[in-house]
Design a protein around this ligand. Sequence first.
Ligand code: FES
Length: 331
Amino acid sequence: MAFRVTVRPTDHAFEAEPSETLLEAGLRAGLNLGHGCATGSCGDCRARLLRGQVEQAKHFDYRFSDADKQDGWFLMCSCRAVADVEIEARETGSAAEIAPQCVPAKVSRIEQLQDDVMQLTVRTPRSGGLQFLAGQSVELAFDGMPAKTLAIASCPCDAVQLRFHVRRRAADPFSGFVFGDLRKGAPVTLRGPRGDFTLDEASERPLVFIAWESGFAAVSSLIDHAIQKDENRSIDLYWLSAIPRGHYLSNVCRAWRDVLDDFRYHSIDLEPAGSERIADVAERVVRVHSLLADCDYYLVLPESAHAAVRGSLRAADVPPEQIRASLMTHP
Ligand code: FES
């Protein structure tokens, strides 16, 4: 039987199974609960029990003062709920609140999604995942290679296993390394997280995502996070590609469409691979959505496409605070 956990002062709530810690349950529910080591050492997941009961589920080394204990302080990564509870806890609201981290990790999986796109899964030690917000990037440093910053394609609810998408490009030594010499088990250092292309958690407006080719990585993290949060917002995803077979994870998009009530996936082939022009697509997408509702727009686009979409948004009087963008240097 799951217990209800209400977090103050945000009033966010989630269900916690008796088999999981409060931190695991909160992250699974899509909350950005402040934490660090996840193993009971750093104290970053300190929370205060206001009502109900928790019990220790895992060993921890962090030391509370007697006064702290009397005030009800405990560690979310080490305790589970044994009744419905109300707790006071820190939730990360913005990218600026997350401290820079340097995390040793290993490549745990290399999957060729298609001829020219690889998906890497990188695993950190259980004792120290990477804390990040959906939509952020991180620098990956392999021995002997210049470091590369990539968007994290997975949801922050799993801080230990992170996914990345790498497209093969002739002039890019990093993609040459990934498609050639990289092997499972290779050590890699993660530094970050970086960027503020994150979800506006306070908004309840419909979401419109416009992603270009491998810009889908950051958008998939945002959509997974919105799903984890059980957001009751309508979602439209426009995935644009100017190369053949640029929509390399359409199956994932169709799975979202099948399980979500209010999700639409639009796969668009731009010229020269397809027949659509970016200016026409931008004008059409913005016209349709600005007529229907007041939306939040999330754009991951190269500069020229970004200028076209921005122009259409400005023409439709969409307020700047409802537009979040990440510029791609290499589609
Ligand atoms: S996250 Fe470090 S003690 Fe809980």
